[in-house]
Design a protein around this ligand. Structure first.
Ligand code: NAD
Length: 474
């Protein structure tokens, strides 16, 4: 049992001022695996005060000192690999292989990348007669979701540290143990006291407290649109800058010259990955009308070979959903798809046979989906694919953009002009062509209701900076 009832404030583990606790559940077994503190406003105030006190000196550290610190963090992170993988598998339900290959590696990549970015990052520049200085924005409040426990936290933390900001982190109460490990890693890496503070708890208290706190200068939030809106409203009272990384309903456009079997493979992997609990999941699959039957046949041939189930089994590609609430939400959408007249091609309601314990769902594919159906418009956050047909490229682009979201887009096909046209025309912040790998030096973030921030690489560091012009000095 992991009982971690203390917060990490000013370089040490401290008791909560409250006595309430939150149980953390393993979604594969439905059993309690530990407890954390239900943090209070007083806990948060202490953490903010520590971050404020540490800011004057940390903000003055040199680029070289911060590069060294980021690399020490990455070194310590590497030493804790087995624990990180185990914790993520337990609290998120991600299979061991994915916890290692994706979750562990993503977290690590952000610290290493931030150190690389800093090497060439210019904090001052000349503009005519002015000197422009980029200065750390101040105490930053970081609020993160559960679906990538080391990625979402680490991209924010690495950028904040690189910029010279001190932070207060509130991770998701569903997956808090990975963030607790990060605190230990920072301690071992010699992060100065007060630079990193961790307060666990619910959004209503600690999260709300962060967005409305007069001594927090900037909030970086990853999560749902509804909470993002609330944070923005709260932050407006103190004119706090807010960066939002929200949800998506991303299109994957299959061109008519694509190999349908390869395209189906790419489409499936971008829907079932992390049990579909991915902000950039490619949940709307746009297929040429003429290729519809061939594509469906390919999907049906591939899906039975996707192993899923017990996260402790390394051969599994995905495990359960994170919680009962998430399970019910996804079941509701599958039901809605049936009610609205989409054709069920694979999967469907209920638990998969043999996986009655745990929050498992069947990978599910709907065909004959119209883009105005609920399952094509709302973020499901489960392994549910909606196949939508199109007549020509212009219609594909129109459907791709017919959404309130704009986080990601995907194109699969050969003709480079067509690929380019689709990639340029999708109004979203991150486009992947033919399953290319991620590029950590390039920006990541959304258009429209998918958010207004940019993370990763130098763009991520810019978010934690204010810009000052000084005229009249050489
Ligand atoms: P959520 O919005 O419910 O919670 C996110 C965080 O906000 C949690 O730590 C939660 O405790 C906290 N919170 C809840 N209420 C709050 C409040 N009133 N004030 C401040 N904080 C509050 O989201 P979730 O269910 O944890 O995550 C899923 C969502 O996150 C999906 O919509 C997904 O698309 C999105 N997401 C986006 C990205 C991205 O980079 N764009 C990445 C991952 C997840």
């Amino acid at each position: 049992m992991r009982n971690r009832l203390q917060h990490f404030i000013n370089g040490e583990w401290v008791d909560s001022t409250g006595s309430k606790t939150i149980e953390v559940i393993n979604p594969a077994t439905e059993e309690v695996i530990g407890r954390i503190s239900d943090g209070t406003q007083e806990d948060l105030d202490k953490a903010v005060a520590a971050a404020r006190a540490a800011f004057p000196s940390f903000s003055q550290t040199s680029k070289e000192e911060r590069i060294a610190m980021l690399n020490r963090i990455a070194d310590e992170y590497e030493k804790r690999k087995d624990e990180i993988v185990e914790v993520i598998t337990q609290e998120l339900g991600s299979p061991l292989s994915i916890s290692e290959q994706t979750h562990y590696n993503l977290g690590l990549a952000h610290y290493r990348q931030a150190a690389v970015e800093l090497e060439n990052f210019e904090f001052t520049e000349k503009r005519g007669g002015a000197v422009v200085r980029k200065e750390p924005i101040g105490v930053s409040g970081l609020i993160t979701p559960w679906n990538f426990p080391t990625n979402q936290t680490s991209t924010k933390l690495a950028s904040a540290f690189a910029a010279g900001c001190t932070v207060v982190l509130k991770p998701s109460e569903l997956t808090p143990f990975a963030a607790i490990l990060l605190a230990e890693i920072f301690q071992a890496a010699g992060v100065p006291k007060g630079v990193f503070n961790l307060v666990n708890g619910y959004g209503e208290v600690v999260g709300n407290g962060i967005s409305s706190h007069p001594d927090i200068d900037f909030v970086s939030f990853t999560g749902s649109g509804a909470v993002g809106q609330k944070i923005t409203e709260n932050a407006a009272k103190t004119i706090k800058r807010v960066a939002l990384e929200l949800g998506g309903k991303s299109p994957l456009v299959v061109l008519d010259d694509a190999d349908m079997s390869k395209a189906a493979q790419i489409a499936i992997s971008n829907v079932v990955f992390n049990s579909g609990q991915v902000c950039v999941a490619a949940t709307r699959t746009l297929v040429p009308k003429s290729k519809h039957d061939e594509f469906i046949a390919a999907v049906k041939a591939i899906l039975p070979n996707i192993a899923y189930g017990d996260p402790q089994d390394k051969k599994n590609v995905f495990g359960p959903l994170v919680s009962e609430k998430q399970y019910n939400r996804v079941q509701g959408y599958i039901q809605k798809g049936l009610e609205e007249g989409a054709t069920l091609v694979y999967g469907g309601p209920g638990k998969p046979e043999g996986l009655e314990k745990g929050y498992y769902v069947k990978p599910t594919v709907f065909a004959n989906v119209k883009n105005d159906m609920t399952i094509a418009q709302e973020e499901i956050f489960g392994p549910v694919m909606s196949i939508i047909t199109y007549e020509d490229l212009d219609e594909a682009i129109e459907i791709a953009n017919d959404t309130v979201y704009g986080l990601a887009g995907y194109v699969v096909g050969e003709d480079s002009e067509k690929v380019q046209k689709v990639a340029n025309s999708i109004r979203a912040g991150h486009i992947t062509v033919n399953n290319a790998s991620m590029e950590f030096s390039a920006p990541f973030g959304g258009y429209k209701q998918s958010g207004n921030g940019r993370e990763w690489g130098s763009y991520g560091i810019e978010e934690y900076l204010e810009v000052k012009s000084i005229v009249g000095i050489g």
